[in-house]
Design a protein around this ligand. Structure first.
Ligand SMILES: NC(=O)c1ccc[n+]([C@@H]2O[C@H](COP(=O)([O-])OP(=O)(O)OC[C@H]3O[C@@H](n4cnc5c(N)ncnc54)[C@H](OP(=O)(O)O)[C@@H]3O)[C@@H](O)[C@H]2O)c1
Length: 235
């Protein structure tokens, strides 16, 4: 899928990786960029169309699919990450919040926009996943569970959307320098670099892109002996 003349809807486009996607989509010649945010007044990038969309609100999603039938590329970017594993008193509530935002939100958006994309020769969906789809540890355990589920959803919807020729691209990536990782003392990627890698892969017709060395190493380790996810992770 080419960005030139595409009509793009990006969730969580007011800051972080979503803002970088919006900027790069415009730079690559997108016809229109709908910059979706819980608070559209927080969208300040010139050249985009701010729209209100909380991915946990089914009515917002239905309204977006109804009101923006010209969308050819959906970027499921909005996400949350709360620190913590599975055994604390607050883990279940945290898991529900992660699932609502990181899994069920993109799933509802995929359902709502599938017919819209079908009407434009299939179009494309880019789902922002994580290296945490494949490894888990106490620091980001619940977050990782939600990204594993979102990876499964991505793979399943790719198959279901195959016949309508919708390209479904999974972006797997390690730590990026955004608000989400503020306070984490780890090497971080620049959002603009991640977005360029992701959109190059999209334009090349890929189904999956591993955006950094950490992610490529973990992916290779899935079939190592012992597998990478059996080793203790400090994050
Ligand atoms: N940063 C990393 O290291 C990293 C690594 C791998 C994957 N990712 C993924 O990359 C994506 C973007 O993250 P980021 O790093 O850019 O984080 P960020 O700077 O914290 O931005 C998160 C974005 O998601 C939006 N959002 C959260 N809940 C939402 C909801 N219910 N409805 C609509 N928008 C909502 C936020 O909107 P508000 O401004 O309204 O809060 C914000 O625009 C996420 O899916 C994240 O899991 C990040």
């Amino acid at each position: 899928m080419k960005l030139a003349n595409a009509t793009v809807l990006i969730t969580g486009a007011n800051r972080g990786l979503g803002l970088a996607f919006a900027r790069e989509a415009l730079a690559r010649g997108a016809r229109k960029v709908y910059a979706a945010a819980r608070d559209p007044s927080s969208v300040t990038l010139p050249g985009v169309v701010p729209i209100r969309l909380d991915v946990t609100k089914p009515d917002d999603i239905a309204a977006a699919a109804r009101d923006y039938p010209d969308v050819t590329l959906l970027i499921n970017n909005a996400g949350i990450a709360e620190l913590g594993g599975f055994l604390s008193d607050t883990s279940v509530q945290s898991a529900q919040r992660h699932f609502d935002t990181n899994v069920v939100g993109p799933m509802r958006l995929t359902q709502a926009f599938a017919p819209v994309l079908a009407a434009h020769d299939g179009g494309a969906i880019l789902n922002v996943l994580s290296v945490a789809s494949w490894i888990n540890g106490p620091m980001l355990g619940v977050y990782g569970m939600s990204k594993s589920a979102a990876w499964a959803m991505t793979n399943g919807t790719r198959i279901e959307l195959h016949d309508q020729h919708t390209q479904v691209l999974a972006l797997h990536v390690g730590f990026i320098d955004t608000d989400l990782t503020r306070g984490l003392d780890v090497p971080k990627l620049a959002p603009d670099d991640v977005v360029r890698t992701a959109l190059d892969a999209l334009e090349a017709g890929a189904s999956e892109v591993l955006a950094d060395e950490l992610t490529r190493r973990v992916h290779a380790g899935l079939s190592a002996q012992p597998a990478v996810y059996l080793q203790a992770q400090d994050r």
